[in-house]
Design a protein. Sequence first.
Length: 117
Amino acid sequence: QVRLVESGGGLVQPGGSLRLSCAASGDIFGPTVMGWYRQPPGKQRETVAIIGNADSTSYDDSVKGRFTITRDGGANTVYLQMNSLKPEDTAVYYCHLVTVVGGSPYWGQGTQVTVSS
């Protein structure tokens, strides 16, 4: 059983910052790739940022230069620092983990981020 628990969402004004955290626990074996996805209202889930086991990162173009993904690999914990937030960043943000060996995917329950004045 693997569990991902997110925290850090909330309401913030445009231009503000938030930091999301996700802690994974349970039977996780070997290296993992972790990431953040989001689902804006009425839209499909989309990739925000991904970080590999060797800390390689990739970002959606819409968040490059504003968001930073980091991880504590030894603890399978991932963070998303979000700066210069825009109303279009409003979404439910989901944490994701996939094991490199076996490819087993796991999702968190989601945390709401609302950017509004």
